[in-house]
Design a protein around this ligand. Structure first.
Ligand code: SF4
Length: 429
């Protein structure tokens, strides 16, 4: 049985208890929300994760880091290094999006080394296999796509992205052709290419009941991918995006009815003034199911700084009710990230998630800010640095820009307001 089915029977499972303890809320409240789908606990029956996370109502906003090889860089050692960087920086989950090298072997190596929740996009493997064997991703069959979902589930993947909302009707519409950047989701684009070639509907939609059977067998959480997410500010909140969201809401209802845990994925590139509306719309259409957003990136003009553009959008999305933020690294749109980019991306997304938690009035988030402020006010430097979200960076900067006196920083020196206020504003001999 799935966590959701057990919760519906009134059982407080070990996973539910672990989430409740980590969040500091009653296990019964978590059980209730798992039962109705408003909290997902992505945890495959075949997985032995040591850090379980819950995503959804009343819980801390979580952060995911995307990893994975590309056809140009398929080095498993580099991916393991990035995994270590992501987990050390505080990611709650990672997704292996590998498309290069021995994809199953890379996935298994990452999962063996990974203590946190793991997600994947199985269609990447099906498409990469077809491209290698036949020179064209459209040569994959519907069986290949469903077979990839099953293999990932058997391997113990905790959540899988399935782009069931990418319909033939939407992908062939003039509205998509009019977009500045068209479709930018890889999975969505693979499916659109496949549908055009075969003149058939999306197998992940048509055979969604089979997807549900696999998910139920292994208690894999379905992350309903937004293959039509906007990839440009000019394309945000258009017809294809909203139509897809309505299809995803319908699929999500079917998943919940089948006892399968589910999240909905969201955009993408979204102007700041639309972020709140996008979150509210998703919550309204799905009855409050967990919302997993990529960024959102709030302006297109900052390649090299998209960890910042996405953190701005992520903070507003989290404040409005988004539950799970997918990080964006400084190399987004530019190249495959290195470990230092992964680290920076995770920290940026964690700041956004925490800012959302603070705005939502979460007691432990507010308490963390207070502890740091009190240490700052006392000029208790060791405590202030220890409380920083990235103590390593805070220590390095303080050390590098050393003040003349250890009780202040080099910004104001002896004119430090905290020192002056306490009558200590004169230089000591
Ligand atoms: S020296 Fe200035 S910037 Fe530094 S802690 Fe004191 S008031 Fe803040």
């Amino acid at each position: 049985m799935t966590q959701m089915e057990l919760a519906r029977q009134g059982k407080v499972t070990d996973a539910i208890r672990a989430v409740a303890e980590a969040e500091g809320i009653p296990a019964e409240a978590v059980r209730r929300d798992v039962a109705d789908g408003r909290i997902a606990i992505p945890l495959n029956k075949n997985r032995r994760a040591t850090r379980i996370m819950g995503v959804g109502r009343g819980l801390r906003v979580k952060v995911n880091a995307n990893l994975g090889t590309s056809p140009d860089y398929a080095d498993v050692a580099a991916e393991l290094e990035k995994l270590a960087a992501a987990v050390e920086a505080g990611a709650d989950a990672i997704m292996d999006l590998s498309t290069g090298g021995d994809i199953p072997a890379i996935r298994r190596r990452l999962m063996d080394a990974c203590a946190v929740t793991v997600g994947t996009v199985p269609i990447y493997e099906a498409a990469a296999n077809a491209a290698r064997q036949h020179g064209d991703i459209a040569q994959m069959t519907a069986e290949d796509i469903l077979g990839a979902v099953r293999r990932h589930a058997e391997d113990g993947v905790d959540f899988v992205t399935v782009h069931g909302g990418v319909t033939r009707r939407i992908t062939e519409s003039d509205a998509v052709r009019r977009r500045v950047c068209g479709m930018v989701s890889r999975g969505g684009t693979f499916l659109a290419h496949w549908m055009r070639r075969h003149q058939q509907e999306n197998p992940l939609l048509e055979r969604f009941d089979e997807v549900l059977d696999i998910a139920r067998e292994f208690d894999v959480t379905l992350s309903l991918g937004d293959g039509l997410r906007p990839g440009a500010i000019a394309d945000a909140m258009d017809g294809p995006q909203i139509e897809e969201l309505m299809v995803l809401a319908d699929l999500a209802r079917r998943a919940v009815a089948a006892g399968v845990q589910v999240m909905i994925e969201g955009p993408g590139h979204v102007p700041l003034d639309q972020v709140e509306a996008q979150v509210k719309l998703q919550k309204e259409l799905t009855g409050g199911l967990p919302f997993y957003v990529l960024g959102p990136i709030v302006t297109d003009i900052a390649p090299g700084y998209d960890h910042i553009t996405s953190a701005i959008g992520g903070a507003v999305a989290a404040m409005a009710g988004a539950d799970f933020l997918c990080y964006v690294t400084p190399t987004e749109h530019l190249g495959l990230p290195r470990p230092e980019d992964v680290r920076e991306g995770v920290i940026a997304a964690r700041i956004a998630a925490h800012a959302g938690d603070v705005a939502r009035g979460r007691a432990e988030a507010r308490a963390w800010d207070r502890r740091l402020s009190e240490a700052r006010s006392r000029r208790d430097w060791p405590r202030q640095l220890a409380e920083a979200i990235d103590p390593e960076r805070a220590r390095a900067l303080r050390h590098e820009r050393r003040p003349g006196h250890e009780d202040v920083c080099s910004m104001c020196g002896d004119y430090c307001v905290f020192k002056v206020r306490n009558g200590g504003g004169k230089k000591e001999p």
